[in-house]
Ligand binder design. Structure first.
Ligand SMILES: O=c1ccn([C@H]2C[C@H](O)[C@@H](COP(=O)(O)O)O2)c(=O)[nH]1
Ligand SMILES: [Zn+2]
Length: 161
């Protein structure tokens, strides 16, 4: 037998799969977001998911979506994209690609642009009509960051240990 195996993962399936797996570490009860940063020659550089900063307990800080601002998660949670950028210890991310399971908000778009990431592949865009995502797309367009939606293949990947 001298021909290669068929049905192997595409690069997009592989890296979005890693982003999804990373999101599964999130303690957010409503939206688990994962990100995976990849070099232009398809090496994984970093990963992240949404969660509270180091030293801020998942059991003490609030996960609520509604209520007094100080009693909701929004003022405390670090977004997956920012965590993936901050988790990178190797130097520059200039020219890298980011795979993320949720379209980045405006704050993450700023970090993505300033980090030099040039391509964004996203899965869900459930907040597309919000000012945050509209501003995000405006900045990404202006900065020349290319983005496209991941094309779901329907492949099921199971993990058994
Ligand atoms: O760019 C983004 C936007 C949001 N997140 C995180 C922040 C929160 O933990 C959830 C959003 O919670 P909702 O209950 O859906 O409002 O997603 C992120 O990581 N990156
Ligand atoms: Zn964000």
């Amino acid at each position: 037998m001298n021909h290669k195996r068929e049905g192997y993962l595409t690069w997009d399936e592989y890296f979005m799969g890693v982003a999804m797996l990373s999101g599964m570490r999130s303690k957010d009860p409503n939206s688990q977001v994962g990100a995976c940063i990849v070099s232009d020659d398809n090496k994984i550089l970093s990963m992240g998911y949404n969660g509270f900063p180091k030293g801020c307990s998942d059991d003490e800080f609030p996960w609520a979506r509604e209520g007094e601002p100080l009693d909701t998660k929004y003022l405390y949670v670090t977004h997956s994209e920012l965590n993936a950028i901050l988790n990178y210890r190797g130097g520059s991310l200039e020219g890298a690609k980011m795979y993320v399971t949720l379209f980045p908000c405006n704050e993450c778009a700023k970090a993505i642009i300033q980090a030099g990431i040039k391509t964004l592949v996203y899965d869900c865009d459930k907040y597309a009509s919000t000012p945050s995502v509209l501003a995000s797309k405006r900045m990404l367009d202006s900065a020349g960051v290319r983005y496209y939606q991941y094309k779901r293949t329907g492949r099921e990947i199971s993990l058994t240990v």
